[in-house]
Design a protein around this ligand. Sequence first.
Ligand code: ADP
Length: 330
Amino acid sequence: TSTTRIFSGVKPTGHLTLGNYLGAVRQWVESDQHRADALFCVVDLHALTVEHDPARVRRLSRQAATLLLAAGLDPTLCTVFVQSHVDEHTRLSYLLECTAADGEMRRMIQYKEKSARERATGGSVRLSLLTYPVLMAADILAYRADEVPVGDDQAQHVELTRDLAVRFNQRYGQTFTVPRAVLPPVAARVMDLQDPTSKMGKSHAETSGIVYLLDEADVVRKKVMRAVTDSATDVVYDRAERPGVANLLELLAACTGTAPDTLAAGYGSYGALKRDTADAVVELLRPVRERHAELCADPAYVDGVLRDGARRARELARPTVDAAYRAIGL
Ligand code: ADP
């Protein structure tokens, strides 16, 4: 009867969004850190896989870590750390690269989308963009995590992680725990308010379709009120045919705990739905923004949390990664 181990992370490729919060961070805060031995990581190496300004990555890593604490991760309950502070991730990644196949990496949806985006903007595609899911597998497997709480967009990468764990174990002997993805019941994929057919992504160019955790209340309100819906006027929950309205209903559902279709029945117009959703999101984010400001005033506290977090993470990861090298006979 060992405790459940949980690992999850966030990339410092942009400011954290409402999608990151509802799809992942809120579960970490409200459930995971209380019920399991949980590790949460700012995965800064992953931010280097696309075009980036190094100084900005550094700033965003710090901001992400501060926001995770502001959102309610409690370092007395869980481990919060930065990926590049713990060498075991890259040490293990190489062994997993020797386990993964070129073809299965090229099939990853995020790779296809992001590499197309890099090419379209005249950039070159970094090799690390292709191998990024392998490093992510290493992030997870190094801690023998049982569960990986993520949004829907990461489910395919967790599936790959399972495949690599099983394959490694079969080839070299039992070494890794085979983890499973855990998705939130609602808002597993929060959509862009201006383009409800694409996900609200922090790495996308900043638009009024993306709500950031640090947006001021009036900015949040404006973004929600201007959300694209459709030409119909009745409120029904239909993700395929009415994605804009469905997105608003899911946001309100995630804030209130009432199911989206139940909520839909209570609204006769988009205006009222948008107003209530805006209010709910503003209230949801208010304490996070306030706590973030407090923590920014205490950088030594954040430094200490990250230092302790890296130490604990290293202690957990090293034996597993050593075991992986030994399993191969190295
Ligand atoms: P992003 O894609 O915004 O750069 P990350 O890859 O850093 O985000 O993901 C951090 C966590 O947030 C992951 O668990 C991911 O599945 C989740 N997530 C990201 N965007 C969304 C979204 N729009 N809706 C729900 N969850 C999301």
